[in-house]
Design a protein around this ligand. Structure first.
Ligand SMILES: [Zn+2]
Length: 236
């Protein structure tokens, strides 16, 4: 049967070539979303296969995280950076869903998703989300969810404060800047649950820290964290 399916796939791709999201070259059988060359060039972390990895360590002493992983490392000129730019600034929600689905398959096969019950995208500032028309972290969460069929809930963790730019601040100022930024609605629905916060890029970790702390403040929960990319300086 798989032989027939392969022929059918080849036949379909004659008319609808599947293209690599990063370089637009035609995908061959067995490749999904990204071609093998781009995948190899992507500086993937494999954090999802390692406990106490660098990203988990970056949160030690800041917030209680069960597991943390990021697909790739984010630096100037990196392919993941270009893709995330398209996702955030060019309306390419499909990029979030496709990369989310791809990463979701890695997370699932590595056992990272075990016990996770609800996916929670990092909320955007509501005014920014209205302008953009969507929350890119929700697109990524939906991609991961399509692989694991878990619920994606944007109505539990909400952004009720406003923060300025994080990049020019010191660590304490950044913490002060995001403290109280997030509020948990319907806390009864997350009691005893293992939640997974989903972000696009983890730059300083302050936003995630505030999300995780807000969720813990709301009750008895476990919280894990995933992102498409992590800034290189957080993994050194
Ligand atoms: Zn490619």
């Amino acid at each position: 049967m798989s032989y027939i399916k392969d022929i059918a796939d080849d036949f379909i791709s004659l008319f609808l070539p599947r293209l690599c999201l990063a370089c637009r070259s035609q995908l061959v059988r067995g490749e999904e979303v990204l071609c093998t060359d781009c995948l190899l060039a992507m500086a993937r972390t494999d954090f999802h296969t390692r406990r106490d990895n660098m990203l988990e360590q970056a949160f030690w002493g800041r917030c209680i995280v069960e597991r943390a992983a990021a697909f790739s490392v984010y630096n100037r000129g990196s392919r993941i950076r270009k893709l995330i730019h398209l996702l955030k600034y060019s309306g390419r929600q499909d990029i979030g869903r496709l990369l989310g689905r791809l990463y979701g398959s890695y997370l699932a096969s590595g056992g990272f998703m075990e016990g996770i019950e609800i996916l929670i995208p990092v909320p955007l500032d509501p005014a920014r989300e209205r302008r953009r028309g969507y929350n890119q972290s929700r697109c990524i969460a939906e991609g991961i969810a399509s692989y694991s069929s878990l619920p994606v809930r944007s109505d539990i963790l909400v952004r009720t404060g406003k923060s300025g730019s994080q990049t020019s601040r010191g660590r304490y100022e950044r913490w002060e800047n995001v403290e109280g930024l997030f509020t948990v609605r319907r806390p009864g629905e997350i009691q005893g649950r293992h939640l997974m916060v989903v972000d696009d890029v983890i730059t300083t970790g302050s936003t995630i820290e505030a999300c995780v702390n807000a969720l813990h403040d709301a009750g008895d929960v476990k919280v894990s964290v995933v992102a498409l990319a992590v800034a290189q300086k957080l993994t050194l």
